[in-house]
Design a protein around this ligand. Structure first.
Ligand code: KG4
Ligand code: ZN
Length: 340
């Protein structure tokens, strides 16, 4: 008997809904991005995000069902991201999913957004050789995690200040490139010299698996201020390339260190920054020299989407891990944590 799950994701600025069969077969994955709305503010405005989710949610869910060629009555369960994220944005998805679960009398599955990002890798490789090291790099998180099985996580290290994606977004903003910054830096860096500007790499203690990106971000801001004061023209592509190289060097070094420490053969990348081309190339190349392999989802499954939530939900479904209809939005959940 196959399992059909409708999933909903509204934690930040994408309204998304997907239909997955058996946690692997993506029948639809509708993503309605609000980027154009938030771009004029230079970032996500929480109140605007919730309002937009409210306008879009029913249409996006209907489109996910239509594209999958099924109706509400074909669903075995409904899954939703309930944290971490923006509370007002999360509430829209949670309310919609609860209404569907109640109306159809089917199980409700609460999914941790970070577990969703990690699970995007299971859409590419459903049965990896556990344990694996996963680098979770998004707009809000930079975590190194040891995964010993589906749903079994141990946090090994995390950022002490800015998340990697936050640093990409901030640097893009000071360069006047726009929002969201990650893909813009990724593109612009292609035509720049990554050794043009000497930028700091924060390793903290030699064997530390924690990260820090605020010093790198500040160094870029200072470089631009100094150039501006001296009236020296700035080569934006060189700044983008040098920044990206510094950030990627640290991400790759620490992920490989974690894999060495834990003796894992497989490495996974998850979260929006996992779409970064230099990160994907560099870690694949360096891991292969150590006899390790790297798995990462296609870019559309790295950034926020409901298919990854449906995949995570499938493993919870198999364990009868269902949420009560009192499920609430939890803006501060960490990976491996569930509160319902
Ligand atoms: O996972 P995600 O879509 O949302 C969060 O859960 O935060 O991640 C968004 C972050 C943003 O900071 C965005 O700039 C970054 O991922 N990002 C990238 C790339 N694509 C998205 N960063 C670097 N290179 C990219 N190609
Ligand atoms: Zn995300």
């Amino acid at each position: 008997m196959s399992v059909t799950i409708l999933s909903v994701e509204t934690s930040c600025d994408e309204t998304s809904s997907a239909v997955l069969v058996d946690g692997i077969n993506i029948k639809s994955n509708i993503i309605s991005s609000q980027v154009d709305v938030h771009r004029k503010f230079g970032g996500v405005v929480p109140e605007v995000a919730s309002r937009k989710h409210l306008e879009l949610i029913n249409h996006v869910i209907q489109e996910a069902l239509d594209e999958a060629g099924i109706g509400f009555n074909n669903l075995d369960a409904v899954a939703v991201t309930y944290g971490p994220g923006l509370v007002g944005a999360l509430l829209v998805g949670v309310a919609a999913a609860k209404a569907i679960a109640f109306g159809l009398d089917i199980p409700l599955i609460g999914v941790n957004h970070l577990e969703g990002h990690v699970s995007a890798n299971f859409l590419v490789e459903p049965q990896p050789e556990f344990p694996v090291i996963c680098l979770v790099v998004s707009g809000g998180h930079t975590d190194l995690v040891l995964i010993s099985g589906y749903g079994r996580y141990e946090l090994l290290g995390a950022t002490r200040d800015d998340a990697a994606g936050e640093a990409f977004d901030k640097v893009a903003r000071v360069l006047g490139l726009g929002y969201p910054g990650g893909p813009l830096i990724d593109n612009m860096a292609l035509s720049g010299n990554d050794m043009a500007i000497d930028l700091p790499r924060a390793y903290l203690a030699a064997d530390s698996l924690d990260f820090s990106f605020s010093g790198l971000k500040t160094a870029v801001i200072n470089y631009l201020h100094r150039a501006n004061q001296k009236g020296v023209p700035v080569n934006k592509a060189d700044v983008a390339a040098s920044f990206q190289r510094a950030a990627v060097d640290v991400l790759v070094d620490k992920t490989l260190l974690a894999a060495q420490k834990c003796r894992t053969k497989t490495i996974m990348l998850a979260g929006g920054v996992a779409a970064n081309r230099l990160l994907r190339q560099e870690i694949t190349y360096r891991a292969s020299r150590e006899g390790r392999r790297v798995i990462y989802p296609p870019p559309v499954l790295c950034t926020d989407n409901a298919a990854m939530i449906g995949c995570a939900a499938y493993y919870k479904y198999l364990q009868n891990d269902f949420a009560p209809l009192t499920l609430n939005a939890m803006p501060n959940l960490s990976l491996g944590e569930d509160r319902y």
